[in-house]
Design a protein around this ligand. Sequence first.
Ligand code: SF4
Length: 321
Amino acid sequence: MKIGFGYTRTCNFRCEFCYSKNVSGNWDKQDAVKVIADAVEHHGSVEVNWGTGENVLAPGFVEVLREVHAMGVPQDLTTNGSVVLREEALKYLDELDVSIDYPDPDSHNRARGHPKAFEWATRAVKYAARELGIQATVTMVGMRGNLSYETGRRMVELARSLDAAALRLNLYFFTRPDRFVPTPAQVGDFLKGLRDAGAGLYGTSDPAVAKLLGVEPEGYLGSVRLLPEKRISPSTYLTSDEWAVPIQLPDFYRNFVQTHVYRRFEEVYKRTFPRQSADRVAVLGYDPYYVDGEVEAVPLRRASGRSFIHLGYLPTTIFSV
Ligand code: SF4
């Protein structure tokens, strides 16, 4: 069971495209530990990836990491890289995903709204990978502004230069269709850039990316997202009331599997992705998550030899570099 855990919405950046804008709140550490302990007791195999806000800024978060680490649960943290090196947090993490959206400092700093964003992020990847031996990835949000052939090539080169284990792509996902949503052609060009730079594919759970790669999406049914305001959803991106429902404590796991919530998750792909969305077409003129048969697939060689906590988590694609 892959638990994506949004411990807090707190963040020291104000990225325009932030997909956590419409969530709020913080967990308290006792409840967070209880939920994970309950999942471990009833499910056995649990992996946690922490994200949503900049979690190390939230009170009690590092203590939660320590307690979850003591349970033997593998943990991964997605971070903007700004403060994580100051924290004890790195001692308890198995993987670190650092957000870098552009291969050059100016574009990344502009997108993230901070003049040191690129410097901090690249330093975090290098330090985790070289000094601590933590498996670190360069993690990018794929948007209309940054997906191109050239960016594909250069992101692979950047990840290699930092000794990152992989490049992770989260395709920008509509909460409402808007100016950040990429076109399928852009995603295809980006994949060609990756291919020509020698990248391979560890796997994808994103149906649009899978279609463009000519593969089947994998994983995803065992992944859930706990949001800071104590709701549960199938994905970071599905935060509307239609998808995210309140978490019941205690007995999180029993309540989760015994209610209709669990079955709703299995319907995500049927209900959301394979159908063309009239809303998306009306606003954008196309539906980036409905890729029809005319799009040219860009196959990548299969990569192997590493496992990733985020692999199979909806929606993630991981490339070797
Ligand atoms: S760093 Fe992440 S959580 Fe913070 S504002 Fe940017 S996208 Fe949102």
